[in-house]
Design a protein around this ligand. Structure first.
Ligand SMILES: Nc1nc2c(ncn2[C@@H]2O[C@H](COP(=O)(O)OP(=O)(O)OP(=O)(O)O)[C@@H](O)[C@H]2O)c(=O)[nH]1
Length: 203
């Protein structure tokens, strides 16, 4: 069984939980408790391989999430960076987050860091503030996957995107061998105790 660890990052209200819950349950739930960090857990089968998926969905508002760009950067195998197409500030924040991921992995990760940039709330395109071209260009610069989606309206695009990201993570883990298993398990214990406050969710 392969363990795959993903972290969701992005501005408050960008739709991180909505995107993740859409992927995990196929459903859109309008409102989520946003005052807690959550660790979602799900078993999946991709390309005939059984996977143990863990996804960290941080609370943007909590004190704890201040360390979000420290521990999870080491813990996660891949990242989903979410912005809202109708909120330029969330896009600029996503740009910042991509730079921080790259910086933190510069020394430890020889290949590409598996990341997908997600432009959420595509259904709000009448109030668009970020063009698809600009976001695609940012994704190309950072060598990450990119897709505009609507967690409110679509499942398939989100599902395909996560599947591509997980495949990319599996490729990277093959190259990284045992290194991650060692440091990953140390980070995990620390993360659960110090950051997540032992909250875990199975979907
Ligand atoms: N119109 C529209 N609204 C969405 C979409 N996705 C999420 N929302 C709404 O955006 C708001 C924020 O969504 P969340 O999923 O809680 O966002 P988040 O990034 O997890 O927020 P924090 O937990 O505060 O960091 C909620 O009111 C959602 O219903 C979407 O695709 N379209």
């Amino acid at each position: 069984m392969n363990d795959i660890k993903l972290a969701l990052l992005g501005s408050e209200g960008a739709g991180k939980s909505a995107v993740l819950v859409r992927f995990l349950t196929k459903r859109f739930i309008g409102e989520y408790a946003s005052n807690t960090n959550s660790l979602y857990h799900k078993r999946l089968s991709i390309d005939g391989r059984q996977l143990n998926l863990e996804v960290f969905d941080p609370c943007s508002q909590s004190e704890e999430s201040r360390c979000i760009l420290e521990e999870p950067l080491d813990w996660a195998d891949g990242f989903v960076v979410v912005y809202t197409i109708s909120d330029r500030r969330s896009f600029l924040n996503a740009k910042n987050i991509l730079a921080q991921i790259k910086e933190s992995r510069r020394e430890t990760c020889k290949g590409e860091v598996p990341i997908c940039l997600v432009g959420n709330k595509q259904d709000l395109c009448h109030s668009r503030q970020v063009s698809e071209e600009e976001a695609r260009f940012l994704a190309q610069e950072n060598k990450c996957l990119f897709q505009e989606v609507s967690a409110a309206e679509n499942y398939l695009e989100i599902s395909n995107l996560f599947t591509k990201l997980i495949r990319h993570v599996m490729e990277q883990l093959k190259h990284r061998g045992d290194r991650r298993r060692y440091s990953g398990s140390k980070s995990m214990a620390k993360l659960i105790n110090n950051v997540f406050g032992k909250r875990r969710k199975s979907v």
